[in-house]
Write a new protein. Structure first.
Length: 64
């Protein structure tokens, strides 16, 4: 899963609140923001599918 990076300007008080909430739920601030955005979209009837996680480990060797 590739994530898109972009700059987000937040009021310092909003950022602090997000960090506190994230810490209380054992998430990063970034993960907390993504979760809050998904919840807000769902509330408006917009369902966003969760992307598949990347495959882990080494690729299988091709046999000749």
């Amino acid at each position: 899963m590739t994530k898109k990076a972009f700059a987000l300007r937040l009021d310092p008080a909003v950022h602090a609140a997000i960090e506190r909430l994230a810490a209380s739920e054992l998430r990063s601030a970034n993960a907390q923001i993504e979760m809050l955005l998904r919840e807000a979209l769902a509330k408006r009837g917009i369902e966003v599918p969760v992307s598949k996680p990347p495959k882990r480990g080494r690729p299988k060797k091709e046999e000749e």
